[in-house]
Design a protein around this ligand. Sequence first.
Ligand code: PGA
Length: 269
Amino acid sequence: MTVRTKIIAGNWKMNNGIAETGEFFTKLETWFGADEIGKKAAAAVRSGKIEIVVAPVLTSIATAVASAKKGCKDLVGISAQNAYFEKKGAFTGEVSLGMLEEAGCKYVILGHSERRHVFGESDELLQKKLAAALVSKLLPIFCVGELLSERESGKTNDVLKKQLNRAWLDTDGDLLAEKLAIAYEPVWAIGTGKTASSDDAQNACAFIRELIAETFGINAAEKIRILYGGSVKAENSAGILEQNDIDGLLIGGASVEAESFAKIITAAL
Ligand code: PGA
């Protein structure tokens, strides 16, 4: 059985400016260096058991990259929360994958439910973004998930299938296997305090893995990491991480403060 490195990723959304980002990383540095559990976490990253990722706002990326490198000795990878698929040009307010790579990012979150539902990003647009990310140097964390009404009408799997089949249309299975992580984030669980039960989260993630296997074969299905996100906290993270098809967590609110983020990392050790 393939052992997949777990990803513990914090999506700060529009939180933590430059000063707060500096404070966050100073606390994490102390935790990694001086706390017994923090030292265990550092060892777990070094041995490839877990990957720790933080996705700051654009203006905090430079601080996060510098702090992650110096104080945190590369134990934390920095992610962007979004990117545009074009390389450059007249796209006011957007940023390209190459620019994010140049700024020191290693990952990029795409298709987050707030991008889909607050900013109206479509499956068609997200297909272009994923295709561009797969040939960039960044590792995409591609988010999918159903609305409450879709869950209640039994359409969860149909929605996941539609979002994923469109996103990976015309992509190469080997490239996906090498680079992609998927985050299953039921929209009704994001920022609401309502977590999917471990069983529901597992069922959706198992469905996604089967879909990968059917579409791209067993090798891709065994390699691609599938994360759960939606009201993850220290108290519920261990139960979710125990599930067979869940290879990590995408954490919003509980990742903004270093203390609570560290507690969730602890659950993955
Ligand atoms: P939440 O957000 O943990 O605050 O629910 C998760 C996410 O949006 O990725």
